[in-house]
Write a protein that binds this ligand. Sequence first.
Ligand SMILES: *Cc1c(COP(=O)(O)O)cnc(C)c1O
Length: 414
Amino acid sequence: MLKPAELTLEEMGDLAAIIPAADPEVKLTYRPIPDFDEQPRRSIIPVCEPTLGGNELKYVTQAIETNWISSAGSFIRDFEARFAQLCGAQYGIACANGTVAMHLAMATLGLEPGDEVIIPTFTMIATANAVTYCGATPVLVDMEPDYWQMDIDQVAAKITPRTKAIVPVHIYGHPTDMDPLLELGQRHGLMVIEDSAEAHGAEYKGRRCGSLGDAAGFSFYGNKIITTGEGGMVTTNNKEIARLAWNLRDHAFSTERHFWHKFVGFNYRMTNLQAAVGLAQVEQLERFVEQRRRNAAEYSCRLHGVPGITTPPEASWAKNVYWMYGITVDEAAYGMSRDQLRKVLADHGIETRTFFIPMHCQPVYWRQFKGQRYPVAERLCRDGFYLPSASSLSLAEIEYVAGVIRAACPNLRG
Ligand SMILES: *Cc1c(COP(=O)(O)O)cnc(C)c1O
């Protein structure tokens, strides 16, 4: 039987200090909703929620009324075409979720045991797992401190004869510095697969994430910038990768005859119902991105000058889409720790989420990366968390959240 990887804080040594405390309980606060019954609704400000304000219901209804609810149907093709176009990519291959989008993209590379894939340690676990599913070995690098993205110099240092691919993750909606990475990939004959799960609409030097490398994986999970409930997509400008991904997504049925298989394929299909929601969401993507950028600007100007708080960065070459509005707390300068501040916010009905726990600190990968240290990722894990970040956040909510952070700061006078 499967046994969980056990890892105690004692075994982690000084790394134990970066592991966040349990999530504080978010207190229900009254937020009066005009015209809502006599009782105001008990509520919180959630860290994120989907915005379903467009044609979602209309398109889903169409899918049901026309009897096309499974994984064939016109919404899938329309969604793939429309989303790929918005990314500046030629091909879009819709699939069941973001994790399998990354797996599907990597599976087209034909990785073998012993092959190495370089990923940032500071990411969501699916990035590392997708490499593991392929039987390949994830190799970790740290982040650069300015924009919290994969450190390209460290990538260069980690390339070996077994390296086959590099997977930059556009963390929290800010692009990775792709030009030097692509140059490095080209020089060593490596594929570059973007994990764009958090970067719908984000831009690097005016070009969209999802069209920068050889292929990319997107997620449409409920908390992503656009959602299909569960869903994902591979985007690529490489015809061969597209063809393989379409085939592998659907059990690798061969074109010569049905029930004839030349690859171990997968069922990673998306349904027409999800694609109906997806198409309606894509129609609103540009607006969501603008809302998120405006919300980020509103947060940042209100948090400006609070000692010890770092607001999310944006490089001169980047368009950050702020999937999550992440801040870091310098305990000494702010006057309390990240976990203490999260507790204050939770007491005020504000839900927050801590930053990723790096891959080298995960119980399941502990033995594989034992002894490796990545100080920037570790500091981000210790000090970082994100504030409510939904596209639909109101200015009043942003003012309230920023107001609580300012008021709670023991070192802010006047
Ligand atoms: C959300 C996310 C994924 C996984 O997407 P799912 O749709 O939840 O499977 C992968 N990578 C990153 C960086 C993510 O944020």
